[in-house]
Design a protein around this ligand. Sequence first.
Ligand SMILES: [Zn+2]
Length: 104
Amino acid sequence: MADVPTDIQALSGERVLAVTWPDRNADFPFVFLRGQCTCAQCVNEWTGEKILDPATIPADLSVNNMELVGSYALRIHWSDGHNSGLYTWQRLRELSSGVDRAAE
Ligand SMILES: [Zn+2]
């Protein structure tokens, strides 16, 4: 599966999640990634409307913990207590087109 990252690191100093694929790297700012959460608390499951107000995301947000979910996604335990969102490899891959640091 081409979407599976080869490395994921939460860099607390830079406040970015550094994701590496064989052909691409991406640094996702924590606040950006938190704002992209698609769980039922952040996005209305029926309408797709965003419930999460980006203004409520703390600027000093950090990652307390991360865990793999099966072989397809990452669960991030944010320092604001939120951990219900899953970031699938496919979704990270899609988001990465906006924050490429080494585009092909
Ligand atoms: Zn969420």
